[in-house]
Design a protein. Structure first.
Length: 289
């Protein structure tokens, strides 16, 4: 019985194995990136950047249809351009970074949907917005795995300045000029992982596997290294659970994965040992003089 429920879908169907491999690779790359986005209080930046890749991907779609290379390059270019434009607006006007990103995010979303609608059908639009995790081919899997590998290696190289920038950016500026380059490299990693997530989960859901596991992990530990590990495990578990629910209940796979991550967040919110609701309801002993 348990074999039929939990294992048979992956052993009997190749598309399920491909979807599982893609979701695991996404969790390995996007999970750690999401942790640092959360620690830097940039959680909503991930959502804005996810929509920023849409116009570039749409232009790639208009140029070559559902081409992996064109849509990847277009999405990556659009995401980097939006990040740079938001930074320029923030530094040259009185607007804060969140406001400028929100403006570009709304423009990008509307422009991307309009561009896809010019040539594609409603099915193509759904593919771009919600992805096709159950239809991942070899080139797409290789792209997602490559992005995850690059992300892990790069995070290992910039780990120290990245942690310092999260904890005390003023101190980092006083001892090293690495803060600016680290910030730029980190934003590129964000865009890269969103582009990878875009191919599997679409632009509307790509940020879900990046942020929900990271936020859920925060209720279980305060150690940054453990946060990265727990967020990655929650992401992988959400991918497995979402795919199984999708297979047995006939639900769309991408939304099912994000709903599984959302369920992990709600459980962590309720039962997490670091500020969960249940721990707050349990009375603590007061220190005695």
């Amino acid at each position: 019985m348990l074999h039929d429920l939990l294992i048979a879908p992956f052993t009997e169907f190749e598309f399920m194995r491909r979807a599982l491999a893609g979701s695991v690779a996404l969790s390995l790359g996007a999970g750690p990136v999401g942790v640092f986005l959360m620690l830097r209080r940039m959680s909503l930046v991930g959502d804005a950047m996810a929509h920023a890749v849409l116009p570039g991907a749409a232009i790639g779609y208009l140029a070559a249809g559902l081409s992996l290379g064109w849509m990847t390059f277009g999405g990556l270019a659009a995401g980097v351009i939006v990040a740079l434009l938001a930074g320029v607006v923030t530094r040259t006007t009185h607007l804060r970074e969140d406001a400028s990103l929100a403006a570009f995010y709304l423009i990008s979303l509307a422009l991307g949907v309009t561009l896809v609608s010019l040539r594609g059908s409603n099915l193509d639009l759904l593919h771009v917005l919600f992805g096709t995790v159950l239809a991942l081919d070899d080139p797409t899997l290789l792209l997602i795995a490559s992005i995850a590998s690059v992300s892990l290696v790069t995070l290992a190289l910039i780990y120290r300045p990245l942690v310092l920038e999260c904890v005390d950016p003023g101190f980092l500026r006083s001892i090293s000029p690495a803060g600016g380059p680290t910030h730029i490299v980190f934003l590129i990693l964000v865009v890269l992982n969103l582009v990878g997530g875009f191919h599997a989960l679409g632009t509307l859901l790509a940020v879900g596997l990046m942020m929900l596991p990271a936020i859920a992990a925060r209720f279980w530990t305060q150690d940054i290294s453990l946060l990265v590990a727990v967020a990655t495990l929650i992401g992988i578990g959400s991918g497995i659970a979402g795919l199984l629910v999708s297979f047995h209940a006939g639900l769309p796979a991408g939304p099912a994965i994000i709903l599984a991550a959302g369920a992990a967040y709600l459980l962590s919110l309720a039962f997490g040992i670091q500020g969960g609701l249940l721990t707050r309801l349990i009375p603590r002993r007061h220190l005695e003089a």
